[in-house]
Design a protein around this ligand. Structure first.
Ligand SMILES: [Zn+2]
Ligand SMILES: [Zn+2]
Length: 169
């Protein structure tokens, strides 16, 4: 887990610190499947700006996420640019809007922040190809490899009632 010490920063109002940091991106579990950043540690730009009422934190990095396709489970990879911003007031009191959940005791929790920012940037479905055909709902075969359709199952229940009536007549 990557953290950044804020105590040694002695920024005055209006001052800004720009630093290159390396952030560990922890694996994500989505829909029971694991997705990993490749590589696990990514270079990121961190900017800390001291304002009169508090501090603004900005983080930007690029990530390549690898894991199974939502539809067919083949290997999928996704490259995403991430930009995130947090604000921590000097005296936040009890107001959650004035407090960053990633700032704790003069420590900025970079890994947790990067992970949450990454989750927010994810598409609805991670696909190995936008046109992935998925797995056949009848037999489970990969429809990308073996495109096929099954004949309508015989003995449609809607007709069985008629069959019964016919037998009675
Ligand atoms: Zn797929
Ligand atoms: Zn099938």
């Amino acid at each position: 887990m990557t953290t950044f010490q804020l105590r040694r920063l002695r920024l005055r109002t209006g001052e800004q610190l720009r630093e290159q940091v390396e952030v560990e991106i922890e694996p994500l579990v989505l829909g029971g499947q694991e997705y990993r950043s490749e590589p696990a540690r990514v270079p990121a730009g961190l900017t800390v700006t001291k304002a009169s009422s508090g501090t603004v934190f900005e983080l930007s990095f690029g990530v390549r996420l690898e894991g199974p396709c939502f539809r067919c489970l083949a290997g999928a990879a996704l490259e995403l640019p991430i930009r995130a911003r947090e604000y921590q007031a000097t005296s936040p009191g009890d107001d959650p809007d004035l407090r960053s959940e990633y700032v704790r005791d003069d420590v900025l929790e970079l890994s947790a922040w990067a992970r949450d920012a990454l989750v927010l940037a994810l598409p609805d479905k991670i696909l190995h190809d936008p046109d992935c055909a998925g797995l056949c709902p009848v037999c489970g075969k990969d429809l990308n490899v073996e495109p096929h359709a099954h004949e309508e199952t015989r003995g449609d229940p809607r007709w069985s009632v008629l069959d019964e009536l016919r037998e009675k007549l």
